[in-house]
Design a protein around this ligand. Structure first.
Ligand SMILES: [Zn+2]
Length: 212
């Protein structure tokens, strides 16, 4: 198990990472992104992932991840660095590409919807992806689906890092297995009423959410 997968149980997030201050005034007021009651705020914080994954998701939604396109804009990326996405080698690595329109990501999302027994038209922006990824009949169950969403974007990001920094080939099966493992682990750690085994979760996540 990676250290980053271990739930820390903390409800409070270190906001320093995502809300930079200038002269003591936060540049971004958490919870006001896109409006005073932006629904994506609750989606992110109601998920059961570790705090570092929640912070990561929030940075993704704020377009603040260090993707090659973002680093290039900030003139951090060396000019000789290839800006193309390592997962598909088709387009520049912007967040909306890496997590949505990339062929690799598109396949991951399709497989995850299939895992839930669902078919849908996939959105092309992370925000719409999150708002749509909502399965369940009560608050806890819906937060379970947001946990799966977090596991998807986190697992895609880690695979991208492996490809960029360790020269690894993109591995779809590995990403899909880790999404199932991480989401089960995070939900099991946070929910007292969640008694499903990993095998049950692996076979039928929607049933597990419904019976918890
Ligand atoms: Zn790509």
């Amino acid at each position: 198990m990676r250290r980053s997968d271990i739930p820390d149980g903390a409800e409070h997030i270190n906001l320093a990472d995502i809300s930079h201050k200038q002269n003591g005034t936060p540049i971004i007021e958490l919870g006001t992104f896109g409006g005073a009651s932006d629904p994506v705020f609750n989606c992110v914080w109601s998920s059961s992932g570790p705090s570092n994954v929640k912070a990561f998701s929030w940075r993704l939604l704020l377009h603040r991840l260090p993707t090659k396109v973002n680093l290039g804009r900030r003139q951090i990326l060396l000019s000789q660095t290839d800006p193309v996405c390592k997962l598909c080698a088709g387009e520049e690595e912007a967040a909306s590409h890496l997590f949505c329109s990339c062929l690799f990501a598109w396949e991951v999302w399709s497989c995850c919807y299939c895992w839930f027994g669902l078919l849908t038209v996939l959105p092309i922006k992370p925000r719409e992806h999150l708002l749509r990824f909502k399965f369940g009949w009560n608050k806890d169950q819906i937060s379970g689906s947001y946990t799966v969403w977090s596991a998807v974007v986190w697992s895609i990001w880690l695979m991208q890092n492996e490809c960029v920094f360790r020269n690894r080939e993109p591995d779809m099966n590995s990403v899909l297995e880790l999404i199932k493992w991480r989401s089960w682990l995070w939900i099991k750690y946070k929910w007292r009423g969640f008694a499903s085994s990993f095998f049950e979760w692996y076979s039928s996540p929607l049933l597990c959410l419904a019976s918890s």
